[in-house]
Ligand binder design. Structure first.
Ligand code: IPE
Ligand code: IPE
Ligand code: MG
Length: 247
């Protein structure tokens, strides 16, 4: 089925979030080391970003490295960081060509210096791009992010800058890494795992979840279009009834 032609471009999600999972298993299937899978996941990132930008999606957030991923073997962590440094540098011209601005969320200070430098450089070089923002979640976990937000609000209450009664949804959202973005309407996870793995817990509270068995290095444009098409054919009720929505 040609999903792309069936997509209603007037009803696109503004923000799509992706848990890019299955690189290690993909490599294992080829009899290779896990890092081979990470390397091959780069073309999936490129295709997904280009497809999303071409469709007219405004924000694409990619879960690239979680707080928990620091617990992997050192060799893998080092190789992932190196891959990140090289990929960001190499892909910046492609981002610019596609009008994609780069941003990142997470505990960026915990990344190696070379990574931080590449990220900052790529962010600067793509700052003028306004077709879509691609957000890399790096050394990110939702619980970490929520703890930062709670600490910041607690400080403001302590100093008397705000009253406890002023704490509402809007204030909490404004303290998260995603403060400037709309919440994702759609979350895609590859590799057949049906869990959220500490990703955007607050922001995904009303998102549609789409799971595919495809391993991330096999994920292509068509798979992205399929996810968007399936999303558009769901009824988002937000607690209401179907009858209310029909009115
Ligand atoms: C996702 O693939 C990439 C990262 C988490 C960095 P995995 O490395 O988790 O691959 P699997 O899930 O073990 O196959
Ligand atoms: C989630 O994948 C994190 C990223 C894709 C970066 P993991 O492979 O780390 O998650 P679990 O361990 O299966 O929950
Ligand atoms: Mg995994």
């Amino acid at each position: 089925m040609d999903y792309k032609s069936q997509i209603d471009t007037t009803k696109l999600p503004l923000h799509v979030a992706v848990i890019m999972d299955g690189n290690g298993r993909w490599a294992k299937q080829q009899g290779e080391q896990r890092i081979f899978g990470h390397h091959n996941g780069v073309s999936s990132v490129r295709e997904t970003a280009e497809a999303a930008a071409e469709l007219g999606i405004k924000y694409l957030t990619l879960y690239a490295f979680s707080t928990e991923n620091w617990n992997r073997p050192k060799d893998e962590v080092d190789a992932l960081m190196e891959l990140l440094v090289h990929t960001i540098g190499n892909e910046t011209p492609t981002l610019i060509k596609n009008g994609i601005k780069l941003d990142c969320i997470g505990n960026i200070d915990s990344l190696p210096k070379s990574c931080i430098r590449e990220l900052n450089e790529a962010k600067e070089k793509t700052a003028h791009c306004d077709r879509m923002t691609m957000v890399l979640a790096l050394s990110y976990s939702s619980k970490w992010e929520i703890i930062q937000a709670v600490k910041s609000i607690a400080e403001e209450v302590k100093s008397g800058a705000i009253d406890v009664d002023a704490i509402d949804e809007k204030l909490i959202s404004s303290k998260l890494c995603t403060a400037k973005m709309p919440d994702p309407e759609l979350m895609i996870r590859t590799s057949g795992e049906h869990r959220i793995s500490n990703f955007l817990l607050w922001q995904l509270s009303y998102a549609e979840f789409y799971f595919t068995e495809k391993l991330w290095p096999d994920f292509r444009r068509e798979d992205f279009y399929e996810a968007i098409y399936k999303y558009q054919n769901r009824e988002r009720r937000f607690g209401k009834t179907s009858e209310q929505l029909a009115q």
